[in-house]
Design a protein around this ligand. Structure first.
Ligand code: PLP
Length: 390
């Protein structure tokens, strides 16, 4: 089902994503491809499977369509879609040999950090947590032996930025692979594989789907090497494949990825500037601000924006931050990120003991609503707490 690869060659990634690579159903000429739900496929008379499909646990045509767009957007050799971002990430870790040594960030998506801290050792992995913004520290840690460096950039929930080209050089010098959780950078702003990473991962539940109605994960590889083969086998044997309806919805969301991400970036930058001047906010963490520790790297590594995620530290501590979250109306008090609607969350209460997240911090996922409304809603919630009339 295609217009033919040659016809897509001269078009840019945004045009190709909008049209899902120009896929057209050959039978009906539908411009929206049908959803393939069959779990089993007719064998050829000579016992072969020339269609390339045999059973629905390993593969699915609708899932492949989503994968083909992500492979294109990330400039990879192959992509695999999973039932969640966690499932995609764990497929990488569980495909490492027993005894493998992993460097992971000390600030990262908390559920994966928790798994790496509590579960990874029972799978024979040795995990060392490092400050990924300090390349010297990473080089030293990698020099002691390393099979995989896992980074997240910008990293939840403090939005530190990792120098991916520098990190790839360190990983490869140590004989390790570099895997990047690029969920918050999105394929619009950063293409880690072009900077030397080996594998890129997305929680497609976030910007890729973009409408907070699908849980999905994506891996894209620079080369279909031995690790990738193990990941592919793991997905098939553990039944980690994304379902066809979810793949269809994610593909539908992906068609508008570029416009959504650009709108979210514009809102986030505008809000970051306004909020850093707010008397009731102690700090704003956003890579788009000049004084952010990752700003210089973000300027060269993130093309066209600094992402839709930022965090604020509310004057008055934890209770004040939770009270602000309780008072907002347009912002929705909910976990997750990357949807068209703006979400806000008190992260320390989600992450629990041992979190690197300060207790006065609210994480903001900027959606694409009118930015004046987003600011006014936060401003009202902040001022009401300080006893000022909204
Ligand atoms: N990576 C990041 C940066 C995330 O924010 C999340 C989820 O919040 C994940 C990974 C996990 O993805 P999922 O919820 O799709 O399993």
């Amino acid at each position: 089902m295609s217009n033919g690869a040659d016809e897509t060659q001269n078009f840019g990634p945004e045009s190709l994503a909008v049209q899902a690579m120009g896929l057209i159903d050959p039978q009906t000429h539908a411009v929206v491809p049908p959803i393939h739900i069959s779990t089993t496929f007719l064998r050829d008379p000579d016992n072969g499977y020339r269609s390339g499909f045999a059973y629905g646990r390993a593969d699915n045509a609708t899932v492949r369509e989503l994968e083909s767009v992500l492979k294109m957007l990330e400039h990879g050799a192959a992509a695999l879609a999973f039932g969640s971002g966690m499932s995609a990430a764990l497929a990488v870790f569980l495909s490492l040999p027993r005894g493998a040594r992993v460097l992971a960030p000390n600030v990262m998506y908390w559920a994966l950090r928790r798994w790496l801290m509590n579960e990874a050792s029972s799978h024979g992995l040795h995990v060392c947590f490092v400050n990924m913004e300090d390349l010297g520290a990473v080089r030293t840690a990698a020099g002691a032996g390393c099979d995989l460096i896992w980074v997240e950039t910008p990293a939840n929930p403090l939005w530190g930025v990792v120098d991916l080209a520098g990190m790839a050089e360190i990983a490869h010098a140590a004989g390790a692979k570099l895997a990047v959780d690029s969920t918050c950078a999105t394929p619009v702003l950063t293409q880690p594989l072009l900077l030397g990473a080996d594998v890129v991962m997305h929680s497609a539940s976030k910007y890729i789907n973009g409408h907070s109605d699908v849980v999905a994960g994506i891996l894209v590889t620079r080369a279909p090497d031995a690790l990738w083969e193990r990941i592919e086998n793991m997905r098939a044997s553990h039944g980690m494949l994304l379902g066809p309806f979810e793949a269809f919805l994610a593909m539908r969301g992906l068609r508008t990825l570029h416009v959504r991400v650009r709108a979210a970036c514009t809102n986030a930058l505008d809000l970051a500037h306004r909020l850093q001047a707010h008397p009731l906010i102690a700090d704003v963490l956003y890579p788009g601000l000049d004084r952010h520790s990752g700003h210089a790297i973000a300027l060269r590594q993130m093309k066209g924006g600094f992402g839709g995620m930022l965090s604020i530290r509310v004057r008055g501590g934890e209770a004040a931050a939770i009270a602000v979250a309780a008072r907002v109306q347009l912002w929705k008090r909910a976990t997750s990120l990357g949807g068209v609607e703006s979400l806000l969350e008190h992260r320390a209460s989600v992450e629990g003991a041992g979190t690197p997240c300060p207790d006065d911090l609210l994480r903001l996922s900027c959606g694409i609503e009118q930015v004046d409304d987003l600011f006014a809603d936060l401003d009202n919630a902040l001022r009401a707490g300080a006893g000022e009339a909204p």
